[in-house]
Design a protein. Structure first.
Length: 285
């Protein structure tokens, strides 16, 4: 099994074969890492690619950030959300372009999780609500990478999930010897994402493993569960796990708070569904 894991790691880390990372996204990452870079430089670079800038603005104005059509320029987006969030949106807009076409259910689940995470963050008055939303948007990036780079394995995983009635992560461990959170962590590090995004991706199925960004991880964990319970999108299986004690305690949840979060999330997912349909149809009515 270790040989299989190493083989998967080598395949996943061969970023040259990833059609989802155009050169401009890599340039954005490099600029974002350079302390000498200005917001204007980064905005100018993103704006130079009209397709990418349109996608980023569409996500910024989508239901999970709550700006609802009020952000009209990349410069404004950078000021409101920060460089790390916009960089992550540029990456996610690239990777999810394939998901929209080939794994629509996973795209919807990821997007719904971002909406739920934003709702949780604002309801609980957590800092960095936008970053929590972005982490939730990217939390299942490992599954997307499996689909893109290991399609035969992905199809086999779906079959195992159905035949054995187990979760996707259990099937991954059985077939691949590694789960999508770890694969997501590998790719996030290759893309030089900040640790505040990497840790929720890596630990959303095991909040106790989170060390520095436990609150962000707990929020993403809860968002993932709420969206699965709502039936919004499809993440690979229909099993709704229990909320882990580490997440419950870290977020300071109680039954009343959870009920309010569930209600507000449900309301916002209606808007999210409309947005998701618009994305899939390219804005056509």
């Amino acid at each position: 099994m270790e040989i299989k894991v190493n083989e998967i790691k080598r395949i996943v880390q061969d970023t040259k074969s990833l059609p989802t990372l155009p050169g401009i996204v890599l340039k954005i990452s490099k600029l974002a890492e350079d302390d000498k870079s200005s917001v204007n430089e980064i905005a100018k670079l993103i704006s130079s690619d009209h397709i990418l800038s349109a996608k980023v603005l569409k996500l910024v104005n989508s239901p999970f950030y709550g700006f609802s059509g009020r952000v009209s320029t990349i410069s404004n987006a950078l000021i409101l959300l920060g460089v790390n969030v916009i960089r992550s949106l540029a990456l996610s807009s690239s990777i999810f372009e394939i998901m929209e076409k080939s794994v629509v259910g996973l795209w919807e689940h990821s997007f719904g999780s971002a909406v739920a995470a934003n709702t949780i963050a604002k309801k609980l008055q957590l800092p960095d609500a936008e970053e929590i939303s972005t982490a939730a948007l990217l939390h299942d990036i490992g599954k997307a990478i499996i689909k893109i780079k290991l399609e035969d394995d992905y199809n086999q995983l779906i079959s195992i999930v159905k035949e054995k009635d187990i979760s996707m992560i259990e099937a991954e461990q059985e077939l691949l010897g590694v789960g999508h959170p770890e694969i997501g962590e590998w790719i996030a590090k290759i893309w030089f994402l900040p640790e505040k995004l990497i840790e929720p991706i890596a630990c959303h199925h095991n909040v106790k493993k989170s060390i520095i960004h436990k609150t962000k991880t707990a929020a993403v964990h809860l968002a993932d569960i709420l969206v699965k319970a709502s039936g919004f999108g499809f993440s690979g299986d229909d099993i709704v796990p229990r909320i882990q004690t580490a997440a419950w305690d870290n977020l300071g949840l109680n039954e009343k708070l959870l009920e309010e979060i569930v209600q507000e999330t449900g309301d916002r997912l209606i808007d999210a569904k409309n947005f998701s349909l618009e994305v899939q149809t390219g804005g056509e009515k």
